[in-house]
Ligand binder design. Sequence first.
Ligand SMILES: [Cu+2]
Length: 110
Amino acid sequence: MRPKLLAAFAAVAVALAAWAAPSLAGGTTTVAVKDNKFVPKSLTIAKGTTVRWVWKGRERHNVAVAKGPSRFRASTRKKGHYTHTFKRTGTYRLVCTIHAPDMRMRVTVK
Ligand SMILES: [Cu+2]
């Protein structure tokens, strides 16, 4: 393949990689814990990204993995925050066990 063509392909590959990975690995993404929903409800992150849940509502909530490649759980609280670094790829279905199934979110780790 000619060098110029190869460079063009490389540029496209870099652009596609940037598009497919909205957050940089090692970065932090914030999710608001509200009454009674997570905002945003769906996230796509790169492996190694930390998600920080920040309690914004007035009621008690928790965060628990209902289904996913690994399990973690934030205890029930009214305020404060909880962080988790996603080290395994896959789809995580999270719920607040008090308000499930309505209060749920999905995290896709690539
Ligand atoms: Cu809740």
